[in-house]
Design a protein around this ligand. Structure first.
Ligand code: AMP
Ligand code: ZN
Length: 142
């Protein structure tokens, strides 16, 4: 259930401190130690799973069920007008701690935090081909 060398497992076990904001039998939420904005929190399953792809459905449901109430509380406590939910999966996506977690980042008008910028597909055929490739990966037998 826990990995001895995982910092979030150590937080769950009480071996490392955290600024806890929410807890159930299966989920823990605490403030990020290096917040993008004050109130930035992490919601984690108490059991060790590497990231979203390693989360059993039941654990994913429990994690996601916590996002709305904890996110709403962060907005209320910080006076934020919005909130980003971000989950980084694998190093290429910026994951640094390999224990699944969702970031809850309170947002304020004009706070200057930039998300990604989009670029359109070359044409509709390229977009349709990509959609087909993803459908194929989801259900290769069809
Ligand atoms: P990620 O890039 O999604 O893996 O983000 C990991 C996050 O964990 C970073 O935002 C860190 O600031 C945060 N973090 C790392 N160690 C701790 C800790 N001991 N307590 C709270 N947050 C932490
Ligand atoms: Zn862990």
């Amino acid at each position: 259930m826990h990995q001895p060398d995982c910092i979030f497992c150590k937080i769950v076990k009480g071996e490392l401190p955290c600024a806890k904001v929410f807890e159930t039998d299966h989920v823990l939420a605490f403030l990020d130690i290096a917040p993008v904005a004050p109130g930035h929190a992490l919601v984690i399953p108490k059991a060790h799973h590497v990231n979203l792809f390693d989360l059993p459905e039941e654990a994913a449901v429990r994690l996601f069920a916590a996002l709305s109430p904890v996110g709403a509380a962060i907005m209320a406590a910080t006076g934020a007008a919005g909130l980003n939910v971000q989950i980084n999966n694998n190093a290429a996506a910026g994951q640094v701690v390999f224990h699944a977690h969702a970031h809850l980042i309170p947002r304020h008008e004009g706070d200057g935090l930039r998300l990604w910028s989009g670029h359109p597909y070359a044409d509709n055929a390229a977009m349709q081909a990509m959609a087909a490739a993803v459908r194929q990966a989801l259900a290769p037998s069809r």
